[in-house]
Ligand binder design. Sequence first.
Ligand code: GDP
Ligand code: ADP
Length: 212
Amino acid sequence: MTEIAIHRRGLMLVLSSPSGAGKTTLSRRLLDSDPEIEMSVSATTRKPRPGEVEGKDYFFLDTEDFGIMRNRGEFLESAKVFGNYYGTPKKPVEDALARGRDVLFDIDWQGTQQLDESAPEDLVKVFILPPSAQELEKRLERRAQDPADIVAARMAKASDEISHYQEYEYIIINDDVDRAFAELQAILRAERLRRRRLTGLSNFVKQLREAL
Ligand SMILES: Nc1nc2c(ncn2[C@@H]2O[C@H](COP(=O)(O)OP(=O)(O)O)[C@@H](O)[C@H]2O)c(=O)[nH]1
Ligand SMILES: Nc1ncnc2c1ncn2[C@@H]1O[C@H](COP(=O)(O)OP(=O)(O)O)[C@@H](O)[C@H]1O
């Protein structure tokens, strides 16, 4: 069999949602099951939650170090969310894309807008909705990693975050987690087949046609 020289440019898959809708859960499943995608690990000035690992969940920085990185232009995007700063380190993303890998982002609507300005062609934007307000609150409480006032603040911000759903191309309602995950996989599978991401395609088609 002759080798087919079609390769794929890496894509940037963004998941946004109100806090507690399931971004982290769906991201972990995707990373565990799909060797072609890697996580963009953000920097944040938020304090670590129990169980969170430096360099895996976040790079935990103080405000001063965060400011230094931002001033040096080391973030692809950054934003203030719930009173803390969050940012996407640029270099790991650029390296991953250059290696033809896909990159997964768990970022808010402000960061998504910034990525959309810098790399619209590579971006795939997915918004995750909870099945109901009641279920969202239950999940935030069940996660039991944040004090009650922080849960209340996140609930109060949920409506604002959701108001940006129209800026996203795909919507997943995370009711049953298995179904939501299957939908996320389907989005990724289809987006990987987009013609504009396939390099070497025109040569392949040319050779194919010449042989006909
Ligand atoms: N713009 C931007 N938002 C981020 C980044 N990292 C995390 N976020 C968002 O910040 C919000 C709070 O994240 P986090 O403190 O981990 O709590 P979560 O809501 O339970 O995921 C979520 O909406 C995340 O998507 C980042 O690098 N940039
Ligand atoms: N479909 C689902 N059904 C029930 N619980 C869920 C579902 N998806 C996520 N959860 C739970 O809800 C909580 C919040 O989910 P998480 O993934 O941390 O949300 P986010 O990252 O969007 O803040 C976690 O305890 C998680 O186990």
